[in-house]
Design a protein around this ligand. Structure first.
Ligand SMILES: [Zn+2]
Length: 328
């Protein structure tokens, strides 16, 4: 399942290629026909992510903006990719060139460029839909197809405010500080939500009401880097440990947004982690795939820190990976 960093990249991509433009919205597969009709022909103002939820806003009063003052007048496409959802993008040179990421791409659990990329190919409009395309967005310069999402619905901007209220702090929110800025208390909110329950911390990290955007890979790697046993109850996490976990989450996930993949073995120049002597002092972009994670999917291998065999078990519905020797 795509973790928060992928959804933030996707939001950035959609804003880059469609922001401020009138967009044709359809549902070639038919399952989203009624929703598409509500959005079709309106200006796509921006896309944003709240944890793993993707929210694409459309202007419904012709001003080209969506402000909270008119929360009920604007429509928002809410998407949760779930396990199988993914977007494909394609278009002309300006469509690709406008992107911070580079289109065309397929973006879901993994991300990669598609074969039909290339400025020298003349753009003649979107191709015939392939497979079950739930939503198709089309502008003058390109298109995006969404297949296989878990959730896809039209909500109001007021509903978005309610979603924001219910979600835990998002380490990738633009204004989310890493603890240095006293005006921002996301780190303190995370610590309070994590430390108030007796549930295993490995389960709490996957709870989107505690922290928005962490998935299975980051859960395993963050707890390993911190030297924390995933079965330790949230209540038994110290305030300092919670603050360090938040700082490390912000650091790792921001690199995930930059890179488009998860690398957890790099050194954080600002915050020490328990696994400091094992981290690599090079840019995360230069770390090869096989050296990019400490424990995730390393079941049965010796722990790089203490040599104990790395274990796996199911927790919160997903495979957990950890070292029983050095995570306490
Ligand atoms: Zn170990």
């Amino acid at each position: 399942m795509p973790e928060g960093h992928s959804i933030h990249r996707l939001a950035r991509q959609l804003t880059d290629v469609f922001g401020g433009q009138r967009v044709r919205v359809s549902s070639p597969q038919g399952r989203f026909a009624a929703g598409a009709e509500l959005l079709d022909g309106h200006v796509l103002t921006r896309a944003e992510a709240i944890g793993k939820q993707l929210l694409v806003s459309f202007d419904h009063d012709g001003t080209g903006t969506t402000t909270n003052d008119d929360a009920d007048r604007h429509r928002v496409l809410r998407i949760h990719l779930g396990l199988y959802g993914a977007f494909s993008f394609g278009g002309d040179a300006s469509f690709a060139g406008a992107s911070s990421i580079g289109a065309p791409r397929r973006m879901g659990e993994t991300e990669h460029g598609t074969a039909d990329a290339g400025e020298d190919v003349e753009y003649t409009g979107p191709p015939a839909p392939v497979g079950a395309v739930r939503v198709r967005l089309v502008s003058d310069h390109g298109w995006a197809d969404l297949r296989g999402p878990t959730a896809c619905e039209v909500i109001t901007a007021a509903d978005v405010d309610a979603l924001r209220e219910a979600a835990g702090p998002d380490p990738l929110r633009e204004d989310s500080a890493d603890g240095e800025d006293s005006a921002n208390d996301d780190g303190a909110t995370f610590a309070r939500l994590l430390r108030r329950r007796g549930v295993a911390c490995g389960q709490l990290l996957m709870d989107q009401a505690v922290v928005a955007g962490i998935g299975n890979v980051y859960r395993a790697e963050l707890l390993f880097r911190a030297g924390i046993d995933p079965y330790r109850p949230g209540k038994k996490i110290t305030e300092q440990e919670a603050a360090d976990l938040w700082a490390d989450t912000v650091f790792l996930m921001r690199d995930g947004v930059r890179l488009g993949r998860i690398v957890t073995t790099q050194r954080d120049p600002e915050h020490a982690v328990a696994v400091e002597d094992l981290t690599l002092d090079v840019d995360a972009a230069d770390i090869p795939a096989e050296a990019s994670r400490f424990v995730y999917k390393h079941t049965g291998e010796p722990c790089p820190r203490c040599g104990t065999t790395i274990a796996t078990a199911v927790m919160a519905g997903r495979n957990l990976y950890w070292c029983p020797g050095c995570q306490h």
